[in-house]
Every structure is written in C-alpha cells, then in structure tokens.
Design a protein around this ligand. Structure first.
Ligand SMILES: [Fe+2]
Length: 326
C-alpha cells in the first residue's frame, strides 16, 4: 500500500524514509548516487577514426550478402567506440557508409531526422530522389534530405556507388519526436527511371561550386578551420556543414567547442589530433571530435574536410561555447 502523509511524516530514520520514498517514485536530492551537475563537459563519447578502405571491403561483402529489397539501406553505422554506446558517432549525430549496386533502388521513405550525404565514389547515373526530383550524386557533392522530405536512391550506372550519410537521429531519439514512414508505392521504380538526374536543386552543393567559393574565400591556413566556407546557413535546422581547405604542411589552431564535430575527408591526406589521439587519414575517412575535445589538423597535401556539426542546436539553445582559438 502506498504510504500516507502520516506514514511519511512519522519516518524515524533516513533509511526508513528512503524506503517509503522509493514506493512513491521520489528520491532524496541530498543522497543521490550520481551528481546531476558538474563543472565542465564530461568525456563520454570518445575521439575516433574510421577508414573508408575497410568500409569498402565490408560493403562489397554486404553487396553479395544482402540486397536493397531486404535491407531498408545497405549501410555501415560508425558507432562511437565509447563503452556502452550502441549507435551515435557523437552525442547528436550518426554517420554511416552506404553502397548501392548498379540497377538497384533503395526504396523511398521519409523521417523526421534530418539527413545529408557526402558522395565518395559514384558514376553518372547515380541519384537521390528528393520530393520527386532526381538529384545527381557525384563525388564530392553534398546532398540534403531535410526533416520529412521523401527520398530514395537509384543507380543506373555500371559501378557500385558509395557515400557517407549523416543524420541527427541520435538527437531525435533523445528529444523523441521520431516519425518514420515508408512511402514507396507500387510501380514507383518504373516512373522514377524516366527522369534524368539534375543538380539544379536547393538540396545539393556540388563540389564544383564549393571549390569556386573556396578559391574566393579568405585563406586562413593556421586558423582553427583552415580556409572554410559554409554550405547553407545552416544547411539543416539542426546541422551545419562547412568545407575546410587545409594547406599542406600547415597546422590548424587547436580548437575546443561544446558543439560535436564529425570530419569527413573529401580529398587529400593528413592527420588529425583529437584530445591527444593522432589519426592519419585518407580520402573517405571519418573522424569524430565529440564535444569539448580539443583538436587540430595537419594536411600533407591540398586537402578538403567536410565538417558536420550540431552547432545550430548549441547556438539556438544558448549552449555554444568555444575555447582556445590559438
Ligand atoms: Fe532516409
């Protein structure tokens, strides 16, 4: 029986009180097993590096072993290796390598998580259908599928197509407004094949345009971001995208922020040092710099990094802090 006001008031010892509080789903704030507040962000998720080369091998095996009719998507999730984590690449974002084979169709669906993709290797004829428009997927291009936009992927080329997906799904899981809907109708595929892929869409940033903008941007090789431009403003409500150009032999300034950052290598090679861990990267690799982990980069040649960050969330909520620009 649930304790009455009088039962509770008559508790003779703290232990007795705790026992009664347990039964009414209350906890003594002065006797918590773990603190609720702490001085500075804790190191929960860890710095990490994933290699495209290994993903290619695994995706090629998956190409033999699973088809897109069975799998909603043939992808490899980059699970942050922190103990106990089972999904996110950082606290709010998840990245995944995905592949579709020639002639395949990854069926249309929509969901509240915002998504974007960076194309790694794809031949002309590979596309993403976003709200009925077929957008061409070419290496180095960045393609958006915002909250609730309908999207599917097709490949009419003769080569397997590989890309990186980024979603704010861990954030949506935390906040709980998750909705997902399969929207494929009978005969959709035949209809879809008719339309020629285009890059005339607000949902794509082509590498060609990005390079043009980088050429015109003020060079800052020893700043925290090298030479940087933003794709979108921000690209998605929760997620901002920046293309960083790194100069060979130059070290970027150490940077620490409450925002989570994922870096994907669009071209070139180099190293990133994230909270003391040094990772040597190549094209297609991914590095995670979770919140409040100081990090810097050193390119060995002319390199491009796509920075995917939850900065818009941190800024909007008043939680964005940056430290150590030098
Ligand atoms: Fe999706």
């Amino acid at each position: 029986m649930t304790p009455t006001r009088q039962d509770l008031a008559q508790s003779g010892t703290l232990e007795e009180l705790y026992g009664k509080l347990d039964r009414i789903a209350m906890g003594p704030g002065w006797n918590k097993p773990t603190p609720s507040l702490w001085q500075a962000p804790r190191k929960t998720l860890v710095p990490a590096h994933w290699r495209y080369e290994q993903a290619r091998g695994a995706l090629d095996a998956a190409g033999r072993l699973i088809n897109t009719a069975l799998a909603e998507r043939r992808n490899l999730i980059l699970v942050n290796p922190a103990e106990g984590n089972t999904y996110g690449t950082t606290r709010t974002l998840v990245a995944a390598y995905q592949m579709i084979m020639p002639g395949e169709w990854a069926r249309v669906h929509r969901h509240t998580p915002n998504a974007l993709r960076l194309i790694l290797d794809a031949e002309p004829g590979t596309y993403t259908e976003v709200d009925g428009v077929n957008i061409a997927m070419e290496p180095g291009d960045v393609l958006l599928t915002p909250n609730w936009s309908t999207h599917g992927h097709g490949n009419h080329s003769k080569a397997c197509a590989y890309w990186l997906d980024f979603l704010d799904a861990p954030l949506v899981q935390l906040l709980e407004p998750m909705f997902f809907e399969p929207t494929e109708e009978e005969g959709h595929e035949a209809f879809d094949k008719a339309a020629a892929p285009t890059t005339d869409s607000p949902f794509v940033f082509t590498l060609k345009d990005t390079l043009k903008r980088l050429d015109a941007a003020p060079a800052d090789p020893t700043g925290p971001f090298g030479t940087q431009i933003e794709l979108g403003a921000p690209a998605l409500d929760t997620t901002a995208l920046f293309m960083m150009r790194l100069a060979p032999g130059k070290r970027t300034a150490t940077h620490r922020t409450t925002a989570n950052n994922i870096f994907a290598v669009v071209r070139g090679s180099g190293t990133s040092t994230i909270d003391g861990e040094r990772y040597a990267w190549k094209r297609g690799d991914v590095m995670a710099a979770p919140a409040w982990r100081p990090h810097f980069h050193e390119a060995s040649d002319d390199a491009l990094l796509l920075r995917v960050t939850d900065e818009p969330v941190m800024k909007r909520l008043g939680f964005h802090r940056v430290e150590g620009q030098a």
